[in-house]
Write a protein that binds this ligand. Structure first.
Ligand code: NOJ
Length: 527
């Protein structure tokens, strides 16, 4: 069993934490029904402790029809019976804590499930109508949507009801958007935050954090017009200031899902009285290119510095192409718009780069997110079309493969049925899944799992010190942290000489026979 890497009394644990993302449905299946559950997570806590992570972020585990993997919540205070019970969640939070691991829950404030009692009551003519965005349509008979907004999953952001009115959903039709100018919506979410903080969660991830507030006139979208009718509206900051006051009562922290290209606007969410952290999607989307990565790192650090917030470093999550696959393609950037079936992939190359990227991200100042299976080097799976569940696939008209390829149930035991996941998995596992199984990798000194375990164990040598770039040849990233530990990543075609050092702490792959750093390899050195 691993030792906690941070003292539990440390209130700023989140500034340097390694946070592991658990997609419950696909993590581990405790009751053998093919769906991951809380019993599965509890049974694997020793594994997570051995990995050395400081916290777990659970994607939504609430009661849900699962039309969008749980981001369609029917009751924010109940666990979906497929996953367990509230009592079991409380046990899990406490047990994780006994391993030194904190819990972060995922709150989805922009929308609810169409099965949420508020929406059902609204459809039945109740006053809850005001809590959503219902509008008559345009056109002679109201047959056209009230405006031209598009759903993030494709198609119009409006669905028409039998009574003729339309309702707004920035995601799937089963996810009606809430009306955040109504005080009851604010009150309810503040109560939900308290509900989970009272249950000893250490933090909250905020889904679609920049989308909640809409221009109440619901105007058409006009390219370049400021402010945007529903992205990053100034009114949001007041909401997050009141959330922060609640979090502070409990020493809780926030991590916002804020996809914004404008770094100055992004940093506003991280002012000292707002969110503690936000996901770094610039780094996640960045191609495997030394100059681009260095720019992304510099911009990240520069945008966080004035507000005093720590950066986060994220290589993948449950919405994007898995890292080893992305880095094994000709286009190594991530972009929803370019996802396609059948993209050629060199997995050996992608894996080598993903190993180097792991050492890069774990050496940078700030918090690091690891998405379940990333530590096993799982590739993006090709899901047969008939098994795909993700609405992103269907609303693209079937051209986008969707996000299920990164959500396949994990392989735990190479020689067990379903690679030790539990029952027959809700998404099919590829035939080679057992070769990635955690039990096999745990025995293999050269495996991705062993690399992650070592890296997370050694990582505290970097402390909380700032980053200083070192002179390096073109295509090589080299930096030091104030306490004399260096990280070098070679993205150039030629091997790179190592600077003078006293100890090689860890490498993502072997040095060449002349002791040089080969292409697509990273090392940590003590000077
Ligand atoms: C972002 C989540 O990460 C994604 O999985 C979900 O589909 C959307 N928000 C809508 O909630």
């Amino acid at each position: 069993m691993g030792q906690p890497t941070h003292a539990l009394t440390q209130t700023d644990w989140w500034r340097t934490a390694v946070i592991y993302q658990v997609y419950v449905r696909s993590f581990a299946d405790g009751d053998g029904d093919g769906t991951g559950d809380l019993a599965g997570v509890r049974a694997r806590l020793p594994y997570l402790a051995e990995l050395g992570v400081d916290a777990l972020w659970f994607t939504p585990w609430y009661l849900s029809p699962l039309k969008d993997g749980g981001y369609d919540v029917a009751d924010y205070r109940a666990i979906d019976p497929a996953f367990g019970t509230l009592a079991e969640a409380e046990k899990l939070i406490a047990e994780a804590r006994s391993y030194g691991i904190r819990t972060i829950v995922d709150i989805v404030p922009n929308h609810v499930s169409d099965q949420h009692p508020w929406f059902r009551a609204a459809l039945n003519g109740g006053p809850e109508h005001e809590l959503f965005h219902f509008r008559p349509g345009r056109g002679a008979h109201g047959e056209l949507p009230p405006n031209d907004w598009r759903s993030q999953f494709g198609g119009p952001a409006w669905t028409r009801l039998p009574d003729g009115d339309w309702y707004l959903h920035l995601f799937a039709p089963e996810q009606p958007d809430l009306n955040w100018s109504h005080p009851a919506v604010r009150q309810e979410h503040e109560d939900i935050l308290r509900f989970w903080f009272e249950r000893s969660v250490a933090g909250v991830r905020i889904d679609s954090a920049a989308l909640l507030v809409k221009d109440s006139r619901l105007p058409d979208f006009v390219e370049g017009r400021d402010p945007h009718p529903y992205v990053d509206r100034d009114e949001l900051h007041d909401i997050y200031r009141s959330w922060r006051r609640i979090a502070d009562e409990y020493d809780g922290i926030f991590v916002g899902e804020v996809w914004l290209p404008d770094t100055e606007r992004f940093a506003r969410y991280l002012r000292p009285d707002e969110l503690h952290t936000a996901f770094n999607f610039s780094f996640l989307s960045c191609p495997w290119d030394a100059d681009r990565l260095r720019t992304s790192i510099d911009e990240t650090l520069a945008e966080h510095a004035p507000v005093g917030a720590p950066a986060t470093w994220v290589l993948c999550n449950h919405d994007v192409t898995r890292t080893v696959t992305r880095y094994g393609r000709e286009d190594t950037a991530f972009d929803f718009a370019t996802k396609a079936f059948g993209t050629p992939t060199d997995l050996a190359l992608g894996t080598r780069r993903a190993r180097a990227a792991a050492l890069l991200s774990l050496a940078l100042p700030g918090a690091v997110y690891v998405y379940q299976g990333e530590e096993l080097g799982l590739p993006e799976a090709d899901i047969p079309r008939e098994s795909i569940e993700d609405p992103m696939h269907f609303r693209s008209g079937g051209t986008d493969p969707g996000r299920d390829g990164c959500r396949v149930p994990l392989p735990w035991v190479a020689d067990a049925p379903h690679a030790g996941f539990g029952g027959d998995p809700w998404l099919p596992q590829p035939a080679d899944w057992p070769s990635y199984a955690a039990d096999r990798q745990a025995q293999d000194p050269a495996s991705m799992l062993t690399l992650y375990r070592h890296a997370i164990r050694i990582r505290p040598v970097f402390g909380d010190s700032p980053l200083t770039w070192l002179p390096a040849p073109d295509g090589v990233l080299a930096f030091t942290r104030a306490d004399g530990v260096m990280c070098l990543v070679n993205l150039a075609d030629t091997p790179a000489d190592l600077p003078p050092h006293t100890e090689l702490l860890l490498g993502s792959g072997p040095l060449d026979d002349q002791g040089r750093l080969p292409k697509d390899t990273a090392v940590w050195l003590r000077s």
